[in-house]
Design a protein around this ligand. Sequence first.
Ligand code: PEP
Ligand code: MN
Length: 701
Amino acid sequence: MDPLLRSRADIDRLDKEFLRLLAERMHAVRAIGAHKGANPDAPLVDEAREREVLETWAREAEKLGLSSYFAGRVLREILNWSRRDQERFLDAHAKPASTAKAVRVAYQGVPACYSDLTITKVFATRDVARVERLGRKSFVAAMDALEAGEVDYALLPIENTIAGSINEVYDLLAKRTVTIVGEEVWPVEHCLVGVPGTVLEQVRTIRSHPVALQQCQRFLDGLVGVTAESWHDTAGAAESIATEKDARVAAIASEEAARQYGLGVIQREIADERVNLTRFLLIGRAPEPVDPRRPAKTSLVFAVNHRRGALLQCLAAFNDQGISLTKLESRPQPATPWEYVFYVDFEGHVTDARVEAALGALREHTNHLTILGSYPRRTESALERRQLPVLSADIEHLGIEPLGIELVEPLDDAHTLLATCPAEAKPAANPNLKLSSLKQPGQRTQVDVSGVVFGGERFVVIAGPCAVENRAQMLDAAAMAKAGGASMLRGGAFKPRTSPYAFQGLGFAGLELLVEAGHAYELPVVTEVLRVEDVEKVAETADMLQIGARNMQNFSLLREVGRARKPVLLKRGMSATIEELLLAAEYVMAGGNHRVVLCERGIRTFETATRNTLDISAIPVLRAKTHLPVIVDPSHAAGLRDLVVPLALAAAAVGADGVIIEAHPRPGEALCDKDQALTGDDLVKLFAQLKPIVEARGRTL
Ligand code: PEP
Ligand code: MN
């Protein structure tokens, strides 16, 4: 037998075995689910146990020569599924499988539209025997079917992360006597689909729902001589192509819709934004109980008294009870011009004591209040997504050797050493530092970069190469940064080089490689932007924009990043005073962008032993002057590998909020700043040595 065919046959056999084992595992998971269902006091998630399972899995994977990181990701997905699968045993309405009934669900659209696909996801873990789907022409028709009792549920989209709220559905929720019993999030992946065999050059007309067309605007703009045609929905557009069989007409729809209607995918990933999520609501006629162990959300609609400060008092009612709002939306009331109703989503269930108290207070300030429903929460913030446990195997797999040189004092001594750090001084008033200066002593702003928080409890480590050089280098660097415990990835795509003959960076191609590596290892990325005209485009994919030392006083660039919707890492100019650094931050903030992180990276002095001189005192000085987070770049300060770790430790000791470190998988081959690049082993050592110092400052790593 041909060896290739033999290997494929092996894969097929193993996949089958894999699935059989997965089914067996799921069976065991369900037995535990049944136990949790029968014992309301049993905790829903046993974090210690999950961690243990993850650790064992990573260890076993490594023994087999597998990457513990990727194997860990497979297990996390299985654990997610298991957790969801157990939900069927939890809610009081769940019945034993033998009595599970068939349900009828109405949606707007035709088979394989995004709503239809989401129905499959919603009911995958609900205890039903069969789901019958009824596609309706409009949201109103789906809602009519529900109210008339023709269906048990309606599933309607309520918002999209790009297009925003679906107002018609909001308005329907307020008017009808229905209740929200669930939510679900669907990741939208638009494809260009057409008659099988069609190539892009043949296409003259592209048809889809107006929102989908709008979400793929850049792709459409790049096509010459192609007209966009709006259609009632995405799957409907795909269906029409299948009927017409004209290769000159294509549709924007999901891959599932293409499959459903026998079409081919001409191009994938054509949307402007990588993340495109639609949130759907499952709507029923009566509330359904939610197990108190499940995180719940509640939606309501209210109209306020026509009184000054009324909305503020309404929102304070939630705040006073420590309840987080997850959404606030206002809609006009056509009958009473200039008066609005407000839709609010918040965390908690109507039966929670705190929620009851908040609703009591809220009612005092509202003309009208309707609870639209309490339901299990399916949305999570970027921050929560990043709070996955870090496996010690993730860190161990490079192998921590016993530390060579003792660069820090033992923990107890570190404590006494740090206890002598001077108290932070009183805020100094400078009328030009309107936004960046401290308003009261100890004020701290937290800057969230796609889930990584600067200025919070955690000390942030950013690591990565000086420059993006090629795909393999970048992927290896990301693996190294991850294994070394970093929570963000750096990499210069546009390099400010002293010599015009030095490597200038790969530009946007480099940015793509950086973003790809960041996604692969779940690390948000920071990259330098050099030109005003690049800011908007870099901000589309980078999680954080760096303004380099050489551009700290490039005021038009500062203004431009001030307009951007991404956080900014502002490096101190090599001959700039602290005051000038703060005024540069002020430029960015005055432009509307308040998410600024400052970076001390060494200044020019008469000393030549090091590339620059790390101004370590700048950190406590800045902390006394500004509420913005401050990090340190020991790599550019030192210019020499051996000095990077000690300076990073010093930064942590004087109260920096993090460090940005240059590291390269093969420093000897680095095209840029090779003498200061750490190796993977160095990073692991750095992490181990930082830990006691960071902890002595009352923070975590
Ligand atoms: C960099 O971080 O890649 C860099 C060039 O730093 P700086 O602007 O501080 O020299
Ligand atoms: Mn560099």
